[in-house]
Design a protein around this ligand. Structure first.
Ligand code: URA
Length: 425
């Protein structure tokens, strides 16, 4: 087979066979197909799409491109969770220990942030000493002993996705359903859990901009999971504004702790309880929301989080260390009314530019940098009241601060944001 023929076939809108897809991915992972041909292939998929059969073959070819984890030595139904990316998304830090506090094991591999979106690994690494690397045997042992482990994705897992995702990132081919679905599901299938909760974000700060696209992506991923006997549920969630109050690695750890101490915003607290209920159901446990909330705000989830941090070499006291930055800017409301919009994409980029995220993979992070919103969409505010604090070690120009204020839309239209927009199972 020749890569050029397969690129041409896809470019012309034809369907690739199972053998052709398997050959293409295996050859790419082996280094036999250059990046320029794979980029052309990704662009052909972007414009011509793929059938469900092709997506399934692509996903399984990617799974076969690296190791697959066998979690069967861990007793019980292992549940995994994946978000398609967001701004201020600290959900895993809370959800994983919360679910584990009910005896459902969570063996999780997380990723790093790139561009305007954050990554759980970076947040955990903002805790002094936290080790994101565990070998297979220790990963399994920790889940057996503590019920929870959150580590970085192994180099050997889904090799083709690692290579292809880096390429898509610089060739404007990330936001296409077949490539997102196969990328997410190949990682989840190879990581070995029995059940998967997918958090499919939609809105300004997410890859999926419309609820229709988010539904299509969810349907494809749920079907892919079920076809390989993984119980899979997708929850479509709002990413039109940042999630919760904080954006930035340490600030998000602190917000997660505040939520687990029962002092977080009610909306995000409730949202996490709803996700936990679905994840627990996937793990074979029917628990009512009141009991879940009791574990979340009553200290059980926080206790598990501390256990997780300690097990992975982190300093537990450091979880509670406040940020220490050279500058702290207070952003005040210019008028009274309701907060109407806080565009997630703009604020995600802003946080990235002050060091909370990476523009390119090699950028150094400033763990303490970020934003904390005192008000969110739907809240009332008076002129002159505090909207947000920006923590930064870089000086921000007056122009930058004015632009920030402009992106906080305040008017008299009250909108009532919802976190969970739809559940697809
Ligand atoms: N998250 C992934 O893991 N892959 C994608 O392609 C997009 C989001």
């Amino acid at each position: 087979m020749r890569a050029v023929d397969l690129i041409q076939k896809k470019r012309d809108g034809l369907e690739l066979s199972t053998e052709e897809i398997q050959w293409l991915i295996a050859a790419y992972a082996a280094g036999d197909i250059p990046d320029y041909q794979m980029s052309a292939f990704a662009m052909a998929v972007y414009f011509q799409n793929m059938t469900m059969r092709e997506i399934r073959d692509l996903t399984m070819a990617m799974v076969r491109s690296g190791d697959q984890l066998d979690l069967s030595p861990i007793a019980g139904i292992k549940v995994d969770k994946h978000s398609t990316g967001g701004v201020g998304d600290k959900i895993t830090l809370i959800l994983a220990p919360l679910v584990t506090s009910f005896g459902v094991p969570v063996a999780k591999m997380s990723g790093r942030g790139l561009g305007h979106t954050g990554g759980t690994l970076d947040k955990l690494e903002s805790i002094k000493g936290y080790q994101i690397e565990l070998d297979k045997a220790n990963f399994i042992k920790q889940v057996q002993d503590k019920g929870i482990a959150v580590i970085g994705q192994s180099e050997h897992l889904v090799k083709a996705d690692k290579m292809l995702y880096a390429l898509r990132d610089v060739t404007a081919t990330v936001d296409t359903l077949p490539l997102i679905a196969s990328s997410v599901m190949s990682k989840k299938i190879a990581a070995g859990s029995d059940a998967i909760l997918l958090d499919v974000t939609v809105g300004d700060g997410a890859f999926m901009k419309t609820i229709e696209d988010a539904e299509k992506l969810s349907r494809i991923m749920v079907d892919l999971g079920k076809e390989v006997d993984r119980q899979t549920v997708a929850v479509i969630t709002d990413m039109s504004q940042p999630l919760g109050q904080a954006i930035g690695n340490r600030l998000e750890v602190l917000e997660a702790v505040t939520i687990m101490q029962g002092q977080g915003r009610l909306d995000i607290t409730q949202f996490i309880c709803e996700l936990a209920q679905i994840m627990l159901r996937l793990g074979g446990k029917e628990v009512d929301l009141a009991e879940i909330k009791e574990h979340l705000v009553g200290g059980k989830a926080l206790h598990k989080f501390e256990e997780l941090v300690a097990a992975q070499g982190g300093e537990v006291a450091d979880i509670y260390r406040p940020v220490d930055t050279r500058y702290c800017y207070e952003i005040k409301a210019e008028q009274s009314g309701f907060i109407n919009q806080l565009p997630a994409l703009y604020f995600g980029h802003f946080a990235m530019e002050i060091g909370a995220g990476r523009a390119v993979k090699t950028d150094q992070l400033d763990y303490d940098a970020g934003i904390v919103f005192e008000k969110k969409v739907g809240d009332t505010i008076s002129a002159g009241a505090l909207v947000a604090r920006i923590y930064s070690n870089r000086e921000i120009s007056q122009k930058g601060l004015t632009e920030f204020v402009k992106n906080v839309t305040i008017n008299y239209d009250r909108v009532s944001p919802k976190e969970v927009l739809k559940v697809i199972d």
